[in-house]
Design a protein around this ligand. Structure first.
Ligand code: COA
Length: 179
């Protein structure tokens, strides 16, 4: 399905509906979103789609949680995240993608805020996200910093020579009791 042109940021914000439960059509939709982002390799696009497939197959036991932002019957952005095994209260944000035509309208931030709220409700106190030091990820790094994430680690030449892995982390406050 071709992407609808979204005229203003306000249009995008008012049309969006958020949902957590993945559907079978999301497997293809997520692959398309990852491809359209322009920064993910074919292998990465496949992994993004596989997380949805695995969740549909194994349910919550898969450890993969999602937030989808739909306009009409089609997601224009999503996050995939989940608890990190063998940690007390750490979660990983595996993917965050917003369709190019829906970017810069606050949707990425909204998806991240909802994701953080779900993590907190599940007992998570730290949310980690990995990204690359490459120049084409500069806007992504800025996005995380603006959302309150700080760099926790750098693995030099991790992805390739000259392409470091950066680990960002945000500490999440505990849920207030009785609220
Ligand atoms: C990163 C991404 C999810 C941001 O989504 P978005 O909906 O465009 O982000 P928002 O509109 O909520 O922007 C929030 C802040 O991020 C920053 N930001 C987002 N896109 C930016 C861009 N293209 N250039 C500069 N800053 C940008 C801005 O500082 C913005 O804050 P501001 O409005 O106060 O200036 C989106 O650009 C994307 O899908 N990128 C490709 C995929 C990707 O890199 N995913 C992360 C993989 S690790």
């Amino acid at each position: 399905v071709a992407g609808r042109a979204l005229s203003t940021p306000d249009d995008t914000a008012s049309q969006v509906r958020l949902r957590s439960r993945p559907r079978r059509e999301d497997i293809a939709a997520v692959r398309e979103l990852a491809a359209a982002a322009g920064v993910f390799s074919g292998a990465e696009q496949s992994v993004a789609a596989e997380l949805v497939a695995e969740r549909l197959e194994r349910g919550i036991e898969s450890g993969y949680l999602f937030t989808f932002a739909d306009i009409g019957d089609r997601p224009v952005g999503y996050t995939a995240f989940g608890p990190i095994p063998m940690t007390a209260d750490a979660y990983d944000l595996y993917w965050i993608v917003v369709a190019p035509e829906a970017q810069r309208a606050g949707l990425g931030r909204r998806l991240l805020e909802v994701t953080e709220a779900i993590v907190r409700r599940g007992g998570g106190r730290k949310l980690y996200v990995e990204t690359s030091s490459r120049a084409d990820y500069a806007r992504t790094r800025r996005f995380y910093r603006r959302a309150g994430y700080s760099q926790a680690a750098r693995l030099v030449d991790f992805y390739a020579d000259g392409d470091d892995k950066l680990v960002y982390c945000k500490e999440l406050p505990g849920e207030a009791r009785g609220s």
